[in-house]
Design a protein around this ligand. Sequence first.
Ligand SMILES: N[C@@H](CCC(=O)N[C@@H](CS)C(=O)NCC(=O)O)C(=O)O
Length: 256
Amino acid sequence: MKLFTYATSPYARKAQMALEFKGVAFEPIERCYSLDRKEDLRAASERAEVPVLVLDDGRTISDSTIICEYLEDAYPTPPLFPKDPFARAQMRTLEDLCDRGFDAVSYGYWMSQLRKNSPEADAMARAARDEFSRLLARLEAALGERQFFFDNVSIADLSAICYVPSAPAMGIAMDSYPRLSAWMNRMRAIPAVAADNDRLKRALANMHDIASELEGPDGRIHWRDTRLEWPVRKGFIDLVVREFRADKMMFPPDAC
Ligand SMILES: N[C@@H](CCC(=O)N[C@@H](CS)C(=O)NCC(=O)O)C(=O)O
């Protein structure tokens, strides 16, 4: 099995941690289409986004949520989904909160840093910090007194660990979130999560600046669904329009 992955992509990290947690052997292939435009990823997935799982017979599965569901079905032990149907639904809701909510806000924050000379940069950073803090409060409440979000480590934990630790880098102190802070330490004691954290640290240490992480060879940046909705919803549509008019937006390739 192979996994198209990328050390700083929360989606790829989630899928890779799930594979490692379950002890499934795979070969990681580090890719980011908007940065390297490599055709193998484009051929494996019509959206050219990571992660993509390539089975031994060449069949492919795209999208982190779908990959994790496949892994749970194909390799049920150790489980990463709760047994109870309602808990499973709640777990998917938390995963969605990370994939859509946290991801869009984080993207908005890093866009504000990348375009820090733009007129809306400060307001955009503030809006992102406010919303990220509210999302942290939701996770803090969802965790309650438990060790993990559900009885055992689940996809909800693997999703959240890709976002919660970035709070300080956005200027948000973790003091108001003592349960999440303790949970982060518990998570990092899990070998698959520790390995992910090491990969992330190495990637961040090698990163030049935000531009080199986001802008492709033609200066365009990957945009999609909730990442686009967030700045529009928050009133930063002028920035979106400028990016579009300057041909700085790259959308997933057409599906057909
Ligand atoms: N819904 C997808 C989203 C995947 C996604 O957006 N991946 C980003 C990296 S965080 C990507 O590959 N972007 C394409 C690019 O930058 O070229 C999933 O859950 O896997």
